[in-house]
Design a protein around this ligand. Structure first.
Ligand code: NDP
Length: 240
């Protein structure tokens, strides 16, 4: 029977590409999303992949939705923690809400998903948790203390949980994308984006599918010896 993979924020951008590539690899994929119902509906019509709406920053709701997905589709063997938001601003203009929301969704979402699925993976002796970090969590970024802290936290979370899962066949890895041509990057002002592209040795933004191919490898049987690692996919912008 096909293994079940849940992709948070899986209906658009990088998450959509991840959902599609995992489907192509033979997984039964369920995509989560936050509130963009039109995009989610169009995604399901196009791909046949079910989309389930909930806020991954909410602990209880995440737990109940994972129980429900397991009951409908089978035990969750692969989790891709991809859902993420930005609330950018320099520190003196950043509100506590901006800080909290980014920590709650980007980092708290990883904890909530792991709490709901890691024990089952451990009991069954197989699992894959793949967390989407960021180049800005590795290197920092002006105007993003909240986002950089949350993404940097994801890299620490990955290494700690990898140690807990290793003996039980559960690998935990991160991918740190550089700048990828999605809605999130479309929100960056053009002059700022030009300066960013100028710093990418490969000379262009990345494509969502280039991140998804890394996820597919980490989710595969062949990647069983890879755990606690961070795969940087950034066109050479930050060599870590
Ligand atoms: P998008 O903004 O294009 O999509 C974000 C996705 O996350 C959407 O599906 C959205 O749902 C979902 N989402 C947001 N908040 C929540 C929530 N509380 N609960 C559940 N789902 C939620 O983002 P990208 O595709 O650009 O980014 C995907 C991931 O990659 C993020 O973690 C981001 O930080 C990271 N990343 C992106 C980079 C880039 O250059 N684009 C670079 C480095 C990292 P809905 O559609 O309903 O709003």
């Amino acid at each position: 029977m096909a293994r079940v993979a849940v992709v948070t924020g899986g209906t658009r951008g990088i998450g959509e590409a991840i959902s599609l590539v995992l489907q192509e690899q033979g997984f039964t994929v369920v995509a989560n999303y936050a509130g963009n119902v039109e995009k989610a509906k169009a995604f399901t019509e196009r791909t046949g992949i079910p989309a389930v709406r909930w806020d991954v920053g909410d602990h209880e709701t995440t737990f109940h939705n994972c129980v429900d997905i397991a009951a409908r589709f089978g035990p969750i063997d692969v989790v891709v923690n991809n859902a993420g938001v930005t609330r950018d601003g320099v520190l003196h203009k950043m509100s506590f809400d901006d800080w909290n929301e980014v920590m709650r969704i980007n980092l708290g979402g990883c904890f909530n998903m792991a709490k709901a699925t890691f024990p089952g993976m451990r009991d069954r002796g197989w699992g894959r948790i793949i967390n989407i970090g960021s180049i800005n969590g590795q290197a920092g970024q002006y105007g993003q203390v909240n986002y950089a802290a949350a993404k940097s936290g994801i890299h620490g979370f990955t290494k700690a949980l990898a140690q807990e899962g290793a003996k039980f066949g559960v690998t935990v890895n991160a991918i740190a994308p550089g700048y990828i041509d999605t809605d999130m990057v479309a929100a960056v002002p053009a002059p700022v984006l030009e300066k960013i592209v100028a710093k990418i040795p490969v000379g262009r933004l990345g494509h969502a599918e280039e991140i998804a191919r890394g996820v597919a490898f980490l989710a595969s049987e062949e990647a069983g010896f890879v755990t606690g690692s961070t795969m940087s996919i950034n066109g050479g912008q930050h060599m870590y």
